[in-house]
Ligand binder design. Sequence first.
Ligand SMILES: [Zn+2]
Length: 483
Amino acid sequence: MTRLSVLAAAAGILITAGCITAGCAPAAAPPAPYDLVVANGRVMDPESGLDGVRHLGIRGGTIEVVSESPLAGARVIDAAGRVVSPGFIDLHEHGQQEESYRMMVRDGVTSAFELEVGTADVAAWYAARAAGQIVNYGVSAGHIPARMKVLGDPGKGLLPAGIGGSGVADEKQMAEMEAILREGLAQGAVAAGFGSAYTPGAPMSEIERMFRVAAAGGASAHIHMRGGLKGLQETIAAAGAAKVPLHIVHVNSSSDSEIEAFLAAIKAARDAGQDVTTEAYPYGAGMTEIQSALFDDWKRWPDARFAQHQLVSTGERLTRATFEKARAAGGTVIIHSRSEEQTRAAIASPLAMIASDGFIENGRGHPRTSGTYAKVLGKYVRDEKVVALMDAIRRMTLDPAKRLEARTPMMAKKGRIKAGADADLTIFDPATVIDRATYEDATIPSQGIPYVIVGGALIVDGGNVTAARPGRAIRAPISARSN
Ligand SMILES: [Zn+2]
């Protein structure tokens, strides 16, 4: 007999005894306890506006009931004094492997998407993860990797290190890129990914042409754009012409000192009826590959600029000489370039979803991988009060779910707490939640997030990552034209 059936039998005895005194039909089947109950928590649901103490009954990976009275469960988590939120949905996470997932879940993430860069082989990307992961995962069909493949880029990382970024595509190559994107969407990619900043050889006409492929597939276009405010206007115009839903990734780093103008331009486009969304991460430094096109002008930099760059593999700040060496060798670099005021303005904006842009490998990476969500909740919500708690939760859960759900109906069951929703939940202590990862050590987990649940299974239990691997592929319906 399983533990569950022992409990069910015990519950049956109680019901039978209750029926005798209440005079109800003794033949009624006893209700089985829920697989998992989250009791006494402050349940916050950004879709309905619910903010009150409730009990959640979870069975088979689904929230079956949101109750004002206590429930019986095979396992009961007492969430008294804690917030029970939909699990955090990260639309921008490059670390799609166990090491990164282990850090993200301690920060409350339950679904992680690689949408900016994406992949040129969507079927293989999902197949590589099909054995089960800690979190739910999904990917875009990516223009950057399609371009790298078609033009023959020498880069071994995520980004072009040569011709895939700087080269100009001819008509045949353009058609090949379109075919790769089309096939990726047919294989169930949840979006289309772009990085015009990393592909300076691609004119806006090429970007717009690929936007049209995304639009035909009903996919949103997630882009790391180039060219500051003028570039933003061109990107919005191209998306408008192609009729594609547009998502500007990391508005904080793409705008730099122009953050207010960026947010105003995005709001103006939205007010005019265009589907434009954005996201931000709460750090003043970025991180990228040192061989990427972002640094093609490094020889013309003043000496002082090199010290803003911190090599991820060693933590050292660079000089002209060490930068040259590192660029030849490859790897990732952290760029310290923005003021706290710029970061705060992005996080304060109700337009910006929260997304980490995280990546960690062999213990080295950017602290945003491990601390993005706890930092927003601890520093910007609790300590500085620049964001209301429900607004922050909306931008971590419901808004990212809605960004994807038109093409990927599975997302309509995420980002909400209600009967019938997926049991992806993050339980945190609003008084103590905070990030602890640093630029020198990105592997220090966030604190104050004791329980995280994916598909009804505890992946963080008492602050520790469990052995459960309930994370499933999040994928758009696969269409007939796919192989
Ligand atoms: Zn990124």
